[in-house]
Design a protein. Structure first.
Length: 272
């Protein structure tokens, strides 16, 4: 039986959208001014988790418009009703074309939760990182393929009349009622100890589009002329996006590269 759903009212969406705007701008300012310290980053992640996640229940979230669209397709409904939420989703995703994946990095509560958990086994210190045997590095191309295959499966099942994504969207787990989405959120949280941002990198349908757009970001982390090619940033980068020629589509602004660089040779900037 297809899952029924109702669109969110304006009143229920306003607090979250205001949070998105304020937090997005705050994160952008800190990154752009080279002021995003590890302590400030953790503070922002915790606010996203407890305010946008626990307090607001993670709803609305940027995955919901995609979930709604798949539900409409599965129920053979009218797609006109999803154009507005899809437009909002498109604007946020489109921001990755300009400033990179700041939304995924700091604003999304599930992304923030995974980031906080990852601090244990994905340290920014080269020696600690190399000694740690509890993290699993997955090739960037493989993680990208898995995510697009997963999105393809969701689309195909929707055309077959199966509304699968509504049953597994872990962002809905922040409502904190016993449900399969809550179970998936707990599984994602556990895996985050060993895999860096498993939901974001392997399964998130919004992340698939955002990563594609992020490759073409006008402003992104770039090496300056002070870089000596020591390779430390490439060792600690959990998404393999620290190379000088990397496209940064999977850069979540975790700042490990900034913290480990001995020459302060990485800047958030236009093409240098």
């Amino acid at each position: 039986m297809l899952m029924q759903f109702e669109y969110l009212t304006t009143d229920s969406a306003v607090p979250m959208v205001l949070f998105w705007i304020i937090f997005f701008i705050l994160s952008l300012v800190l990154i752009n001014s080279h002021s995003m310290s590890k302590r400030r980053g953790i503070f922002l992640y915790l606010i996203a988790i407890f305010f946008a996640g626990v307090f607001l229940g993670g709803i609305p979230n940027v995955v919901l418009p995609i979930e709604y669209t798949l539900n409409v397709i599965a129920s053979k409904g009218d797609l006109i009703g999803v154009l507005h939420p899809l437009a909002i989703c498109g604007v946020i995703m489109g921001s990755s074309l300009v400033v990179g994946r700041i939304f995924c990095g700091f604003v999304c509560p599930l992304g923030a939760l995974q980031e906080v958990i990852s601090q244990k086994n994905f340290p920014s210190d080269v020696t600690s990182y190399q000694k740690n045997t509890f993290h699993i590095n997955v090739d960037l191309r493989l993680s990208t393929k898995i995510r697009w295959v997963f999105l393809g499966i969701l689309v195909i099942t929707s055309f077959l009349g199966i509304s699968a994504f509504s049953e597994i969207n872990p962002l809905s787990g922040f409502v904190l009622i016993i449900s399969f989405p809550l179970f998936i959120m707990l599984v994602v949280s556990f895996l985050s100890f060993f895999l860096y941002r498993p939901w974001c990198r392997f399964l998130c349908p919004f992340g698939a589009g955002s990563a594609f757009c992020g490759q073409f970001a006008t402003i992104k982390y770039r090496r300056t002329s002070d870089c000596t090619d020591c390779g430390k940033c490439e060792i600690v980068c959990p998404t393999q996006e620290a190379a000088a020629d990397s496209k940064k589509g999977e850069c979540y602004f975790c700042n490990r590269c900034i913290e480990v660089c001995p020459h302060d040779a990485i800047r958030y900037d236009l093409e240098l």
